[in-house]
Design a binder for this molecule. Structure first.
Ligand code: ADP
Length: 565
């Protein structure tokens, strides 16, 4: 504010020098007033630099806080809430929406305050210098305001359109980059090029349209402005001839006139940024104020008892669940798994295998029935108690850009020995040992510098390293060759005999050793029993087993047949 006030006063000082000081022909006074002007300019410059820096700092720090809050809140969202918002929208809110707010804050603190002061100061001084000339201003401000608003409101719609087209284009890029291997393999590159060309063209067209409109703005505003300036000069000359106004006043008046126009343009820009910022801020607010998911409350906290071989470690009692509250994605599932036992889960894709695991981890709450851990309903256990029990390898689990050691340790401060042992058990040592630096080998994000089987073994090391009480492997050995898979099973059997395991697998050989195998189809359990029992009683299981294990003495090519694929 102080910087802008100094700036606003400058033309008035100029008028004073031209009208009152120069005619006295007193050199000293002219020099003194000249110096005062220089001082004001210098002061305005310094203060504006300080103001800009402060504005930048404030907006950056504010956004830092908002991003942190958003991140923390997002981490606490339930799986259902994330389903509703969608991961990509969450990403956008944390990145581009906060960026819009950043720009808005920066702009308000600099341009916003400055424009208001320049406008008010300009109008005040115009009236102070000459109310007659100021009347021209009054006549002109109205059409000027209308033009600026009209053009901007049209342009903003067009720019929104550009944004939408840009979103579409990004979508096409995303799909293509992710699927680049597939499109190359299927020789679809030409087709994809065409598709990209279309969306790329659409963005360019929309941009051209918007900037075409924008181009009208400047000449129109200039026409009005220069008409006004011409009117000021003509009326000023007339008044000056009559001795009603002095030359310096006209000069200052012209400066204020331009200043007012600029401030109007600035205010208008602010208005547009404000509109976008309001949209973004409500998207951010939605996340920050999202209530805790009701389904996830802990009814009554009970201590988690020690494992007891007579009490099922995990029990599902008539569990049904639906993601969207419509038809059940799994229905009426019941089983008991005692400590140290293994439950294999098999079934075609989409039959509800992963859903069972998500319910066990209480990422979602059951729609009907009960899930018990050591005889206690999981709704009565502390979340941290539940989480501590599990070691998990999800399908397509995440590998971070960090060393092998950090990826296995996962912030748990495990000792080197624990990490080494887990790596050996997970059959990962063979390849980790060959990498440069061993455990200190740098992995790329998502583990792109590893093969599929290596990734799975690394993730297994992570799951095993915490010596979990319940181990969950969701399709986590599908990329291992049969020999490594067998060695892995042997290692788990020998070293984790007290660990209760859930193994989701496509291969019969991965679960055939399990005490029980649950066979699912469209969310229903069609069989539960040991490998032997199922071979006798469950036709679909027998079929897939004979294909994969070659029971019917068919040749080895059957070995790669996976359940349901
Ligand atoms: P599987 O692990 O056997 O391949 P899932 O347990 O992942 O199957 O899925 C079971 C069913 O639930 C499928 O029909 C799937 O489309 C649906 N489903 C899975 N996740 C969600 C979700 N987040 N929202 C809605 N439906 C889902």
């Amino acid at each position: 504010m102080a910087g802008t006030i100094l700036e606003v006063v400058l033309p008035a000082i100029l008028a004073f020098i031209v009208d009152d000081i120069i005619p006295t022909e007193n050199k000293n006074r002219i020099i003194i007033w000249g110096l005062i002007m220089a001082l004001f300019s210098f002061g305005a410059w310094i203060l504006n630099v300080v103001a800009n820096r402060m504005a930048s700092r404030t907006s950056s720090l504010t956004i830092q806080n908002i991003r942190q809050d958003l991140f923390e809140r997002s981490m606490g969202l339930s799986a259902r809430q994330i389903d509703n918002i969608s991961v990509s929208s969450l990403e956008a809110r944390m990145t581009s929406d906060t960026y819009v707010i950043h720009r808005f804050l920066g702009a308000t603190l600099r341009m916003g305050i400055r424009s208001v002061m320049l406008f008010l100061g300009g109008v005040l001084f115009c009236f102070y210098l000459s109310w007659r000339l100021a009347l021209i201003l009054v006549v002109l401000v109205v059409p000027l305001g209308i033009v600026i608003r009209y053009v901007f409101s049209r342009v903003i719609r067009l720019f929104n359109d550009v944004q939408k087209k840009l979103d579409d284009m990004v979508q096409v890029i995303r799909e293509n980059i992710r699927g680049i291997r597939v499109s190359k393999a299927l020789d679809k590159t030409e087709y994809e090029k065409e598709r990209y060309l279309e969306s790329n063209k659409a963005v360019a067209q929309a941009e051209i349209k918007a900037t075409d409109q924008m181009a009208i703005m400047s000449p129109m505003v200039n026409t009005i402005l220069f008409t006004g300036l011409a009117a000021v000069i003509i009326l000023g000359a007339y008044l000056s001839n009559k001795g009603l106004i002095l030359t310096g006043t006209i000069m200052a008046f012209l400066s204020y006139f331009i200043q007012i126009t600029n401030s109007l343009m600035g205010l208008n820009r602010m208005f547009n940024i404000y509109n976008r910022a309001m949209a973004s801020s409500s998207r951010i607010e939605e996340i920050l104020t999202m209530p805790k998911d009701d389904n996830q409350v802990i009814e009554e906290v009970l201590e988690l008892p020690k494992a007891d071989k007579n009490i099922p470690e995990v029990e599902f009692r008539n569990v049904s669940f639906s993601y969207l509250g419509k038809s059940n994605n799994i229905s009426n599932i019941s089983f008991k798994v005692y400590p140290g036992q293994t439950l294999g889960i098999m079934g075609p894709t989409g039959s509800g295998k992963s859903t069972i695991i998500r319910l066990l981890l209480r990422q979602y709450d059951v729609s009907a029935g009960e899930i018990l851990i050591r005889g206690i309903n999981i709704k009565k256990l502390k979340r941290s108690d539940i989480n501590k029990m599990f070691g998990i390898v999800f399908q397509n689990d995440f590998i971070y850009r960090a060393t092998v050691r950090e990826n296995i340790d996962f912030g748990r401060n495990l000792s080197d020995e624990e990490i080494n042992t887990a790596t050996i058990h997970a059959q990962a040592m063979e390849f980790v040992g060959e990498k440069e630096g061993g455990l200190d080998f740098e992995l790329s994000s998502k583990g792109v510098n590893l093969s599929g089987g290596q990734k799975q073994r690394l993730l297994l090391s992570r799951a095993l390293a915490a010596k979990p009480e319940i181990l969950i492997l969701d399709d986590s050995s599908s990329a291992l060759d049969f020999k490594t898979d067998a060695k892995l099973r042997q290692a788990i059997k020998e070293n984790f005999s007290n660990t209760t395991s859930f193994i989701i697998a496509q291969r019969v050989s991965s679960v055939s050793h399990a005490e029980q195998i649950l066979v699912l189809e469209s969310g229903k359990m069609i069989a539960l029993g040991s490998h032997k029992e199922l071979l006798e009683s469950c036709e679909p299981y027998r079929e897939i087993a004979s294909l994969q294990l070659g029971d019917s003495k068919e040749d080895k090519k059957g070995k790669e047949v996976a359940y349901g694929n």
